[in-house]
Design a protein around this ligand. Structure first.
Ligand code: NAG
Ligand code: NAG
Ligand code: NAG
Length: 508
């Protein structure tokens, strides 16, 4: 269920804060009194604010880089320790951006998850003018009416140029329900906060990415406000409101992410912890040497595929109900045909870490994909091989025949299979999938196959790869609850190729 909250953003007003956004009202900051504030620059021009959260990481808004085709030709830099950015101050440190990491759920021109990390080419030298600011430890809600502060180098009046010196203004946090009244579906209370302005003070173009500081903590990243007029007086009851993505974060493979999801009631789907092949036939032993049985306490839970000596790709919901304590009850079995036997081809390896897609949430359908990092490398041989992922994000044409294998149930009410079974299924067009599953189907990162009433994947097959032309294209995710053969509901897979950037980010 789509995390692409995009879908809920039907009419986005033109918003101030595109590439740039500046403090209107407020006052000039005391030079170097906010040593964590950063000017994010493209080709030496100020684009956005940001904040230094580690010696080598800056946090800013993702839309700051919406319009750059990063070819290595654009100069992406941050300037630390600045007050007047039109000058070469001796406190300034100009550092190149080595890599930018947009929130994996962010999409250009959409408002949710508008947050980005910039990895710097070299560490900032910390001193009086350049300091790191600590992020909030946990997801805190900021009481309405609290006065917070925003600082930036953006425009100082609706039609003026940007400010050369850092300005700051105090703004009042708004009640979530009021933000929601004003911004409707564009405001996501679990990952955004908003501030009201009094008609005199506001942030504006050039301030995007600037932190909202409450007490001594950075609580928000300036994201958007009204298009054309940051001081819009007409809008609901002469109220103005600015949205800030709030930063509640955890470190994950050295990155931090905000999560924002709209929770919808989920159709109970087969594929909870388990899901198996119905119809089809027993696979030739060891003919799919990349197939993995993901097991919890020695019981088969899901399928998976070996994509590196030490990484298995599977479905995220396979670990939904496991309190993964690191005690190693989650294991993978490689090289298996009959998983009830100790075959000499088998390799049993403990899982060191479950890395669910950062946008996945339990009981939701979107982004149901997970990487398992293994405690030790698989020994590759004829019976255990790595399978290469597709190289690019491509659509699979409808009616293409693909196959899936798994150790799941072999009939609706039977037990799971001991031996690997496989079945051929036909890709369905995105529009048909969407007709059947409505909002649960996101054609951007899912694909689906026909159900003919005879062949299907079912409980125990979740996480198993759908193979088309020798390439893994899908990860079995969900199907209809109670009846995997229900022919009104096609079977749904995560589309591997749309997750390639995330997979690359994790496994390097
Ligand atoms: C910032 O520096 C520029 C270049 O030296 C100068 O022209 C400008 O007046 C300075 N701005 C302020 C507000 O001091
Ligand atoms: C799988 O192995 C178990 C245990 O040895 C055996 O009972 C079962 O018959 C085997 N299944 C098949 C289909 O060979
Ligand atoms: C792989 O499987 C084949 C066929 O079962 C077997 O002959 C061979 O010994 C196996 N290789 C290893 C390394 O287990």
């Amino acid at each position: 269920m789509f995390l692409s909250i995009s879908i809920f953003l039907f009419f986005v007003l033109p918003l101030c804060g595109g590439m740039e956004s500046g403090i209107i009202g407020g006052k000039e900051a005391k030079p170097h009194s906010r040593p964590y504030i950063v000017s994010v620059q493209i080709d030496k021009h100020h684009k956005c604010g940001g904040l230094l959260i580690r010696k080598d990481y800056v946090l800013t808004a993702a839309h700051c880089f919406d319009n750059i085709e990063y070819s290595g030709k654009k100069q992406l830099e941050v300037v630390l320790g600045a007050h007047n950015i039109s000058r070469k101050e001796h406190q300034q440190q100009r550092i190149e951006v080595q890599k930018y990491i947009m929130h994996p759920c962010y999409r250009k021109n959409e408002r949710p998850n508008d947050i980005m990390l910039l990895k710097l080419k070299s560490n900032a030298k910390l001193n009086k003018a350049v300091k790191v600011i600590a992020l909030p430890e946990e997801d805190e809600s900021i009481p309405a009416n609290q006065l917070c502060l925003i600082a930036g180098w953006g425009k100082t009046a609706q039609n003026s140029a940007e400010s050369s010196v850092l300005k700051e203004a105090t703004l009042k946090v708004q009640f979530n329900f009021e933000c929601r009244n004003i911004w409707k579906d564009r405001f996501l209370a679990d990952s955004m906060i908003c501030t009201v302005s009094d008609g005199k003070k506001a942030f504006c173009q050039g301030d995007s990415g600037s932190p909202l500081i409450c007490g001594n903590e950075p609580i928000g990243i300036a994201a958007y406000t009204f298009g054309g007029n940051c001081l819009n007086r007409k809008f609901p009851e002469e109220r103005k409101s600015m949205l800030l993505s709030s930063v509640f974060v955890w470190w994950s493979t050295d990155m931090l992410f905000t999560i924002s999801l709209v929770v919808l009631s989920v159709i109970h789907s087969c594929g909870g912890m388990e899901s198996s092949i119905i119809g089809g036939k027993v696979a030739i032993p060891h003919s799919r040497p990349y197939m993995v049985s993901v097991q919890n306490d020695k019981k088969h839970k899901c399928g998976g595929l070996l994509i590196r000596k030490n990484y298995v790709l599977t479905a995220a919901h396979c670990a939904d109900n496991i309190e993964y304590s690191g005690k190693g009850q989650l294991e993978v079995v490689l090289g298996a045909h009959n998983i009830s036997k100790k075959e000499h081809e088998q390799q049993r390896i403990k899982v060191k870490k479950c890395i669910k897609h950062p946008c996945y949430r339990k009981d939701e359908r979107a982004n149901d994909i997970m990487l398992l990092k293994l405690k030790s490398n698989a020994k590759l041989n004829k019976n255990v091989t790595v399978i290469a992922l597709p190289k690019e994000d491509k659509d699979i044409p409808a009616n293409r025949l693909c196959s899936i294998a798994g150790w799941g149930k072999t009939a609706q009410n039977s037990a799971a299979s001991n031996v690997l079974k496989e079945v051929t299924l036909k890709i369905m067009s995105n529009s048909e999938c969407k007709d059947a599953w409505q909002m649960y189907f996101d054609s951007y990162n899912m694909i689906c196959t026909n159900v003919d009433g005879k062949n299907a994947f079912c409980q125990g097959d979740s996480g198993s790869p759908l193979i088309c032309d020798n390439q893994p294209q899908g990860i079995a995710a969900y199907t209809f609850s109670g009846n995997c053969l229900n022919d009104k509901y096609p079977e749904v897979y995560m589309k591997i190729s749309s997750f390639l950037p995330w997979i690359k980010q994790v496994i390097g």
